[in-house]
Write a protein that binds this ligand. Structure first.
Ligand SMILES: NC(=O)c1ccc[n+]([C@@H]2O[C@H](COP(=O)([O-])OP(=O)(O)OC[C@H]3O[C@@H](n4cnc5c(N)ncnc54)[C@H](O)[C@@H]3O)[C@@H](O)[C@H]2O)c1
Length: 332
């Protein structure tokens, strides 16, 4: 049985679908601060059977102990946490509380239960702004915001934990830019309030919810001047988690692995692709760069291929198509 913290959230819910597809049993643990139980009903529709779940907070050791006591958990996928870079600058205490304190409470509960296999959601945000691209896992880390700091602190802690007790099997996955939705359009990304990443904003502009999209800067050293990111389909990420879990089952190891496509796509290219595959217009305006933004970021994905046998299969067309299908079916 796999425990999925934050399993009702965007990446967690898609990963649960993939877990079910390959025959893993799982239990979701989520406080629904950025999701709703309705997601679980949608997941049940996709997988055709009930989803086992518990409402609870990862910062609550007693709630975690109860889950471990009630289920034979062999491994944990830890998605629960807060994820908006800008919000983390104004609310650093909340970010450290959910992301660091929550992870510490989870590791404690795992240790008490004798469950020592963990896949942790980290982020490409841990790489500094000045890295040559593609960026590999051994590049120096240099975070520039509280969110990235929380990820790096947990990564450090996981290293120390592994050093203190080699029984721990840990995969730290550094995601690049997750996007898209399940092709059923039953689950997808539904940010509360103003989205903080590109695709939900593109979808909302296409749906007429917002008048236009702001592109922050067109003077980066990319072919069209707009920022470049490594967008990776959320179902590819889901498959990456299952591959990491398989790896940890076979190897007593601790690994840090990038999950991306290895290709950069500019913001303008995403908009053009989206318009082509959706048939919708996405009006935009160019505004000045934001201070903390990195111009160009994409992953060196060789380690994921070598260790996990995982490569991202879906292209930007598919990401845009699935994101729009989800928006059109569920957006208001
Ligand atoms: N989406 C991205 O762009 C991205 C990129 C890199 C890393 N990540 C990381 O991946 C993980 C999942 O991201 P996501 O996009 O699915 O986010 P999400 O907000 O959609 O999902 C997180 C889930 O965790 C739950 N949660 C939050 N705090 C909790 C707590 N204290 N206790 C229990 N549940 C809690 C939320 O209700 C939500 O369902 C996060 O750790 C995030 O930092 C995300």
């Amino acid at each position: 049985m796999i425990l999925v913290t934050g399993g009702a959230g965007y990446i967690g819910s898609h990963t649960c679908i993939e877990l079910a597809r390959v025959g893993h049993e799982f239990v979701v643990f989520d406080n629904f601060s950025n999701s709703t139980p309705a997601v679980l009903a949608r997941m049940e529709q996709i997988i055709g059977r009930p989803v086992i779940w518990h409402a609870g907070d990862v910062r609550d050791p007693a709630a975690l102990d109860k889950v471990f006591a009630g289920h034979p958990v062999s491994a944990v996928l830890h998605f629960a946490g807060l994820k908006a870079v800008t919000e983390s600058i104004s609310q650093p205490i909340d970010y450290f509380d959910h992301n660091v304190h929550g992870s510490i409470a989870l590791m404690g509960a795992m240790a008490r239960a004798g469950c020592k296999t963990l896949v942790f959601s980290s982020s490409a945000t841990v790489y500094g702004p000045e890295q040559p691209m593609p960026v590999a896992e051994d590049a120096p880390c240099a975070v520039s915001n509280p969110y990235g700091r929380t990820k790096l602190v947990v990564e450090d802690l996981l290293n120390e934990l592994g050093r203190s007790d080699p029984q721990w099997r840990i995969a730290t996955l550094r995601y690049f830019n997750p996007t898209g939705a399940h092709p059923s359009a039953l689950i997808g990304e539904s940010p509360l309030g103003t989205p903080s990443n590109l695709m939900p904003l593109v979808c909302q502009v296409a749906a007429g919810i917002r008048p236009s999209l702001q592109i922050f800067g067109d003077d980066y050293p990319s072919p069209d001047g707009t920022g470049v990111r490594d967008f990776v389909h959320v179902m590819d990420l889901a498959e990456g988690h299952v591959a990491a879990l398989d790896f940890l089952t076979k190897n007593q190891a601790r690994i840090v692995v990038n999950l991306g496509t290895g290709h950069g796509t500019s913001v303008l290219e995403v908009i053009q692709t989206f318009e082509r595959v959706s048939g919708q217009r996405v009006p935009y305006e160019i505004v000045p760069r934001r201070d903390a933004d990195i111009g160009i970021s994409f992953a060196d994905v060789r380690l994921a291929r070598e260790l996990l046998g995982w490569v991202a299969k879906r292209d930007v067309d598919e990401m845009c198509r699935d994101a729009w299908r989800w928006q059109a079916a569920n957006g208001s």
